[in-house]
Design a protein around this ligand. Sequence first.
Ligand SMILES: Nc1ncnc2c1ncn2[C@@H]1O[C@H](COP(=O)(O)OP(=O)(O)OP(=O)(O)O)[C@@H](O)[C@H]1O
Ligand SMILES: [Zn+2]
Length: 482
Amino acid sequence: MLVIYNTLTRTKEPFITLEEARVKMYCCGITTYDFCHLGHARTCIIWDTVRNYLEWIGYEVKYVQNFTDVDDKILSRAIKEKTTMEEVSNKFINAYFEDMERLNVKKASVYPRVTHIIDDIQNLIGELEKSGHAYLSEGDVYFDIKSYKDYGKLSGRKLEDLKAGASGRVSLEDFQKNKKRDPADFAVWKKAKPTEKSWDSKWGKGRPGWHIECSAMIKKELGETIDLHVGGSDLIFPHHENEIAQSEAITGKELSRYWSHNGMVKVDGEKMSKSLGNFTTIRELLDQFEPMVVRLFILQTHYRNPLDFSHNSLVAATNSWQTLSDGLLFGYQYGEKLNFKNNPATELLPDLVNRFKKAINDDFNFAGGLAVLFEIAKNLRKESNVLTHTGVTTLSSNFLETQWHTLKSLAKLLGLEANQTTLKIELFKKLTDEEIDELVKKRKIAKNAKQYKESDLIRDKLKENNITLLDMSDGSTVWHYD
Ligand SMILES: Nc1ncnc2c1ncn2[C@@H]1O[C@H](COP(=O)(O)OP(=O)(O)OP(=O)(O)O)[C@@H](O)[C@H]1O
Ligand SMILES: [Zn+2]
């Protein structure tokens, strides 16, 4: 039985869905004003893996992730680059998909964008206003926090603390100017300056506030109550608290049964973030490390804990990936010699599967699941050494194939794959310098054409031949033997 830590109740609870065998899941996505960094990658990889797992244990999952494509930061970038918010957003949404594909993050079922659902957002604000939960003030519409008695239930914050501005995130300015009734009231609709991109509304020209978009998107795509709402822990307050207030004030029903939050990626103890300038973009990272190394690095730490990023921690993950990929490549290397049947319907080894499931069923302990995979990978590597040195193995071919198949299937579920390629590079064959140069050239062409799967594959294949590539700042690539 799967149990999940619920931020709302601060306990682990059995996961029981609203409808049998179905999960309605929502994740707060990115604001589209820059390339994604490792922090964003963590959030996306964790919830992608959760979604894969839920599907594997038999749920049909509708997974919705939004793009915030209206925001002050997008606007200021558009002004700086003399372009539109739409252009800026499109560029970074495309970049997002490229990065995620490389990290093996599956596409969500739907990606709503703020600019596509302005009508729904306005309708929701209209409902809030009509029911006395929101009020118009000088062109802005604010949510009236006092009108919702449960405010603070997710974060455990008290309204009195918020009033005192204790959180440091509540703007007192509008309150002091008498625009807001309460310091903690937040904007659901913001009046636009004449030069800004805006939409007509009954409150005048303006744009939606940040929090209201998620309430509107959830309602539109998933309904009044969902099973699982996820996101980074930095969003618990105020964003998720405000989502709850807006949605529940109207429906009187809970917005989500379970609230799950992943910990932050940190650098020297501080959140990796654009504003602090301590971030490493996914693409920068993938110039140095294989995508699977990044994915493994993330899954090795429990999702609720903070994750410290350093170059050395990724080097350590590279070594772990080497072990795992040795196991994952076993059948490709020796399958022919050992007469593997390659039957996709091969049963997985039940004992290993049960241990893997037991770990993950305990609040998505992927690290526990990985421990099972490492055990299999090490066994296979041992056999691989025996085969290389003696040419024979004492274990039955059937047993080895089932182990390999189990490893491959469970690793795939975690998004970890060491696929054989259509590229004709023979494993462990000594490549000539010319062959290596040719492959480096091919990789560059693939990279320039944004065919990252292909370019990553070439680098991985060279790595398997103990050749490391270094991308230099002048755009050239040099290689050396490890
Ligand atoms: N350092 C981090 N570690 C883990 N998750 C993060 C981190 N930074 C942002 N996220 C998550 O990524 C998702 C998208 O966030 P969003 O686009 O709002 O980022 P952001 O807060 O603007 O980023 P930044 O703080 O770098 O400006 C959210 O679920 C958020 O919780
Ligand atoms: Zn949200």
